[in-house]
Ligand binder design. Structure first.
Ligand code: MN
Length: 730
């Protein structure tokens, strides 16, 4: 069991170290107040409750925060768990402390569920609070840290729940705030409960290799220290093993076991000045072999969480690679405590500069207008993914999620820039707006006053939540009504142009199907899309055209009058048959009369179409017949139907060939001879002279199919002075 005295002493030591001028009498009053208020409460392990606020205050003091934050930490559970009120605390400890406690209470109250919706609410409140006073969030993180340190007293279900939440929210938050030390501890503690087997394996391995690791690190450390000291560079150099969670993640992402990993070691060199950092880098590269491509200069380009250091990976004489991080003391402080350290330096000038809260504002901006799941998802992306750093033409650094495009960049600058964007230049060259930006790219957005605004495709191209949210907002607000009107009118005129009746799209039998085909929920939505140019009217109509036509034909066919009494068997080949009539099947129509159009005399094998005549059944044309080219005519389109040849038809079909010839005596006889030799039944054969010594022969004859027709045509073309042929059109 832990005692009050232990924790009080630890807190006092931290305050003495980091905030020597603190008013200990006031702090003691807060300890007494909290202790009195919590006196009936116990921690899960049976310890007095007060050790929790003491431990949280210790963490806050370690971070280097101020006296108000320490008081806030001591009192952080008073409003939530006891009868203390905002007014009481304000009276005793001042307005700022009361507001800090109130802020933490709000976050705690929001903290009851891990469903995405609830998490979003948590996060939202957390960020709201943060944008007002960062200390509220720092106290909340310290609170979580102590709760994680004492997680063993919780039930297994609660452990999993809290650890998941820690991994999803608190560790990334600590990372974003630059608090590496706390982030690592949170991750390691959470891993212990989330993957106990793996955690134990790694711990056991590290323990078994401790001696070996230490001697390796000692060797490297002395080598570096010796060189730097000889060169007169004041330094503190030490080695460490990477933290458990980062080893765990390496084994997971690289699919290796721990003994196959080799980049487990990291060394840190802390020096007095930035020039020293670069000097040290030179010496490290001189002492060891450089691993190419691993050098990163976070001093000239700090991470968005303000982290600065030089990173390089080298290989020592044992062939073991290790990372060396080189930084100044101030950078070190920032790396360990992040925004807290920064906040500390800024104390005199108010709480943090504008720029420090840029990412907070970004998150706040993007949380409006998006649903819970999407928000949490995008937060994860925005907070976890590596960033890419690009520059404005004036040299301002803009950090974006990696994989970002000029669209993301434009919206990161300003939504007005994004909405007016017509193109982009990357490194002075015109680039596609979906080009992936790389570190160091100089990006310039080309805007135009007459820009139509974003296109809906951009939603799929952009990577950052910020851009996506702003684009969506644009669509929602700006142009909706205008788009619908504009889109509707272009859609309707396109329908007219291709001869589709507008009534088709509101036909209750068709409408749901057509909307589904177009992937819209309503026509207005589609009109809006056409209106802003996300979809063209031609494309939209093209997508539904076949279906509308088919439906219309089916409807027309049902209504088409079919009267067998009016057939004229002598002049037309008209028959009635349930399925194949004259070897032709009319799709979707079971029983009807069929005749073959005299204009193009189709034979089996020809591509054919059917026309519903007024009173004579379906007339079959060759698909390429000139009389069948008006299929798209709105007045007629509904009467054209799909027909096809039935197979295994041996019945002869009449067809006509026209032969172009150079006039000579005996040609007619030659043609007749060919036809006779081919055993073709000729119905008609005649010729007439044309100007210029030309003549044309017309042969009407019977064939079984288009193959036979082609054989005969070839034979006819072999006749001397027959120079061309075409299918008849009488
Ligand atoms: Mn607490």
């Amino acid at each position: 069991m832990e005692t009050f005295e232990e924790h009080y002493a630890a807190m006092q030591a931290a305050i003495a170290k980091h905030l020597p001028g603190a008013d200990m009498a006031l702090i003691d009053r807060a300890v007494e107040y909290a202790n009195a208020k919590h006196k009936y409460q116990k921690r899960k392990d049976g310890s007095p409750y007060i050790i929790h606020p003491l431990a949280v205050a210790e963490v806050i003091a370690e971070m280097g925060l101020d006296q108000d934050a320490i008081l806030g930490a001591l009192l952080h559970d008073c409003i939530e768990d006891t009868d203390a009120s905002h007014e009481d605390i304000e009276k005793l400890f001042g307005q700022t402390v009361a507001e800090l406690v109130e802020g933490v209470t709000k976050l705690t109250r929001a903290n009851f569920s891990t469903s995405e919706q609830a998490q979003m609410e948590n996060l939202r409140k957390m960020f709201m609070a943060m944008s007002k006073d960062i200390r509220v969030v720092l106290i909340k993180i310290a609170d979580r840290l102590h709760n994680m340190r004492t997680m063993q007293y919780q039930t297994p279900a609660k452990q999993i729940l809290k650890c998941r939440e820690t991994m999803d929210i608190y560790a990334p938050l600590a990372h974003r705030l630059g608090m590496q030390k706390i982030k690592w501890e949170l991750e390691d503690l959470a891993l212990r409960y989330l993957a106990p087997g793996e955690y134990d394996n790694i711990m056991a391995y590290l323990q078994a290799h401790q001696e070996q690791d230490e001697s390796f690190m000692q060797t490297i450390q002395s080598k570096i220290t010796e060189r730097l000291t000889n060169m007169g560079i004041h330094n503190k150099t030490y080695g460490r093993i990477k933290h458990v969670y980062s080893i765990y993640r390496k084994t997971q992402t690289q699919g290796k076991s721990i003994d196959e990993l080799y980049d487990l070691y990291a060394f840190r060199v802390i020096v007095d000045s930035i020039p020293d950092c670069y000097n040290v880098l030179g010496h490290v590269h001189d002492l060891f072999n450089l691993v190419p491509g691993r050098f990163k200069d976070y001093i000239s380009t700090p991470k968005p969480n303000m982290y600065q250091s030089l990173h390089t990976t080298v290989i020592g004489s044992q062939g073991i690679p290790f990372e060396v991080q080189i930084r100044t003391w101030e950078m070190h402080e920032t790396a360990e405590y992040g925004i807290a350290a920064h906040w500390k330096y800024k104390q005199g000038t108010g709480s943090g500069s504008e720029k420090d809260f840029e990412w907070v504002r970004r998150l706040l901006e993007s949380q409006q207008d998006s649903d819970a799941e999407e928000y949490v998802q995008s937060l994860k992306i925005d907070m976890f993914d590596d960033e890419v750093f690009v520059f404005t033409p004036k040299g301002r650094i803009v950090s974006l999620p990696s994989g970002s495009t000029p669209i993301d960049f434009a919206y990161a600058i300003h939504s007005g820039v994004g909405n007016a964007m017509v193109g982009a230049r990357v490194n002075n060259r015109i680039a596609n707006i979906d080009a992936k930006l790389k570190n160091g790219d100089i990006v310039e957005i080309i805007t135009s006053k007459s820009a139509k605004g974003p296109s809906r495709d951009w939603l799929n191209i952009c990577k950052s939540n910020q851009a996506r949210t702003k684009i969506k907002q644009w669509f929602k607000k700006e142009k909706r009504e205008e788009n619908v009107l504009h889109g509707k009118s272009s859609f309707e005129s396109e329908m007219k142009r291709v001869g589709l009746p507008l009534t088709a799209i509101t036909d209750p039998a068709l409408e749901p199907h057509l909307l589904k085909k177009l992937s819209f929920d309503s026509w207005d939505e589609m009109y809006a899309a056409i209106g802003y140019g996300g979809l063209t009217a031609v494309k939209a109509v093209g997508r539904i055209r076949d279906d509308v036509n088919k439906a219309l034909k089916a409807q027309a066919a049902e209504k088409a009058p079919v009267n067998p009494l009016r057939m004229r068997p002598d002049s037309e080949t008209v028959l009635q048959n349930r399925h194949a009539v004259n070897g032709v099947i009319v799709e979707d129509i079971d029983s009807c009369m069929i005749k073959f159009a005299r204009c193009c005399t189709p034979v089996p094998g020809d591509a054919i179409v059917g026309f519903i005549t007024k009173g004579f059944g379906v007339s079959v044309h060759r698909a390429d017949c000139p009389n069948a080219q008006n299929r798209d005519d709105p007045r007629q389109s509904a009467r054209w139907v799909r027909v096809r040849w039935a197979t295994q038809e041996e019945q002869p079909f009449e067809t006509t060939l026209e032969l172009d010839c150079i006039t000579r005596d005996g040609l007619l006889l030659d043609v007749a001879t060919v036809m006779t030799t081919a055993r073709v039944r000729v119905k008609e054969l005649n010729g007439r002279d044309l100007p210029g010594g030309r003549s044309m022969f017309t042969v009407r004859f019977e064939v079984k199919n288009v193959g036979e027709l082609e054989t005969i045509r070839k034979k006819l073309l072999n006749i001397r002075d027959v120079v061309g042929s075409r299918r008849g059109q009488n």
